[in-house]
Write a protein that binds this ligand. Structure first.
Ligand SMILES: NC(=O)C1=CN([C@@H]2O[C@H](COP(=O)(O)OP(=O)(O)OC[C@H]3O[C@@H](n4cnc5c(N)ncnc54)[C@H](OP(=O)(O)O)[C@@H]3O)[C@@H](O)[C@H]2O)C=CC1
Ligand SMILES: O=C(O)C1=N[C@H](C(=O)O)C[C@H](O)C1
Length: 253
């Protein structure tokens, strides 16, 4: 994702790449792939020093669940607006970050999915759940993904829960013969995570009704699919003074 963001910024006429940051030599590839060479790429883990030196408007973070919260805190403290795609932040962590951003008056965006089609799928799923409350989510990702369920599945489940009548689905005496067979359970419905090589990022939201099924499916077929959303977020975050969680909140839907 970092490589794609660099390419997107380099090809945009209103954004400037201040610096690419990577933890390891892998960062060299970021520069090379983006055609900027090692210039602009720092091999560092001391983000606060880099932010203080460069003073960028925005920090785009696609890293790992373990470090994203700290990165966001450092950015907000430095008055740099974070635009974050990294998944795996808990509800409590997002709340804490919301409070910090509000206290500092710094704009920030966390988007569980930057692909516009995926955002539409989530919003449509919430609408459908109002009328078809029997639902299950199947998310499918490449096998290098660290977190499960995906950030997209978590956000979809949250949006559905806001619209759906409270309901415990399935047979009340249902039992798993194999533990985990029915997937994760949240808000009365199930979320299933598939991890396989060959997959990129895919999700189906299945609704069942009497004698009918509705399936909403989104497929990201490459990493470029996320870039229009990242660009939009980088532009929009400049107008914010608080943390927005979910791209649906900055789209005109
Ligand atoms: N919101 C969205 O639309 C999308 C979100 N994502 C999410 O973005 C995240 C990144 O995905 P992806 O780019 O595919 O993953 P990669 O594994 O390709 O990249 C992760 C990057 O994070 C760096 N990193 C790892 N550990 C640390 C650390 N301790 N401190 C600083 N940097 C670190 C890695 O550097 P190194 O090489 O040195 O280990 C690597 O460059 C994931 O959480 C994924 O779920 C992905 C796609 C879309
Ligand atoms: O790890 C990924 O690849 C992706 N992660 C995000 C998520 O957890 O939903 C977004 C997208 O699905 C790709």
């Amino acid at each position: 994702m970092g490589q794609e963001v660099v390419k997107m910024i380099q090809s945009s006429d209103n954004l400037t790449l201040v610096r690419g940051i990577s933890r390891s030599q892998y960062g060299k590839d970021v520069g090379e792939v983006a055609g900027i060479g090692p210039i602009g790429v720092t091999f560092t883990d001391s983000l606060d020093e880099v932010l203080a030196k460069d003073r960028p408007d925005v920090l785009v973070d696609f890293t790992v669940p373990d470090v994203v919260k700290k990165n966001m805190e450092l950015a907000i403290d430095a008055g740099v607006r974070p635009v974050v795609g990294t998944s795996g932040l808990s509800e409590e962590e997002i709340q804490e970050l919301q409070e910090l951003a509000k206290k500092k008056g710094v704009g920030a965006i966390i988007a569980p999915n930057f692909a516009i089609g995926a955002v539409l799928m989530m919003v449509f799923a919430a609408k459908a759940a109002k009328y078809m409350p029997h639902v299950e989510i199947i998310e499918m990702h490449h096998d290098q993904k660290l977190d499960a369920p995906s950030g997209t599945a978590v956000k979809t489940a949250e949006l559905i829960a806001q619209e759906r009548e409270e309901l415990k689905q399935g047979h009340p005496e249902e039992k798993e013969t194999w533990e985990g067979a029915r997937g994760a359970y949240k808000n009365g419905f199930r979320v299933h995570s598939v991890r396989l090589p060959g997959l990129v990022a895919h999700q189906e939201v299945l609704f069942g009704g009497s004698g009918q099924m509705l399936t909403l499916r989104h497929d990201s077929l490459n990493r470029e699919s996320f870039m229009p959303g990242v660009k939009l977020a980088v532009e929009k975050v400049m107008e914010l003074d608080r943390l927005v969680y979910g791209l649906e909140n900055i789209l005109d839907l």
